[in-house]
Design a protein around this ligand. Structure first.
Ligand code: ZN
Ligand code: ZN
Length: 166
């Protein structure tokens, strides 16, 4: 093995078409496999990724603003998709004001779920990847969400809310 940087560089350039072709073949054979691999790698190496990002954004401050803006738009779109997937209204009282709605973990494992997948947007993305499972999840308004917080039962369930029937 040569250690001469110029020779290494030349060898890399020489092999580039071969590596490109190899990568293209792999993409054809197993679409999405590399993306999945990278996702797992990033999840397993969060600290490394974070340090790399910090350094990158320190050098490219305008790129950070741009990326943050893009993230906000993506996040808003994902939230809207989630609300729609779960019926666009509170499963308990029927409240349909978009801003009041949130995803409810019916089995009260929201804290653990958020921790596992990284916050609210992580939860939405996880649900999307799983095809918006209805078992254990529902959209509810903040009031009903809060009402269920300690007991797992919304006070509405005991006071026979009229809103559902109407
Ligand atoms: Zn509600
Ligand atoms: Zn309720």
């Amino acid at each position: 093995m040569t250690k001469d940087p110029a020779k290494i560089q030349a060898r890399n350039v020489r092999r580039r078409p071969y590596h490109r072709e190899l990568a293209a073949t792999k993409r054809r054979e197993k679409p999405g496999a590399h993306a999945a691999y990278m996702r797992d790698w990033r999840a397993a190496n969060r600290e490394k990724v974070r340090a790399y990002d910090r350094e990158y954004y320190r050098l490219h401050p305008r790129k950070r603003l741009h990326d943050q803006q893009k993230q906000r738009v993506k996040r808003a779109a994902l939230r809207s998709e989630m609300i729609a997937a779960y019926g666009s209204a509170c499963a308990c009282c029927g409240e349909a004001q978009y801003e009041f709605l949130t995803i409810e973990h019916m089995n009260r494992d929201g804290g653990r779920h958020r921790k596992q997948v990284g916050g609210n947007a992580g939860v939405w993305l996880d649900l999307k990847r799983r095809g918006w499972p209805k078992d254990g999840y529902a959209v509810m308004c903040m009031n009903c969400n809060w009402g269920r917080r300690f007991t797992g039962r919304c006070p509405h369930e005991d006071s026979h809310v009229e809103a559902i029937a109407s």
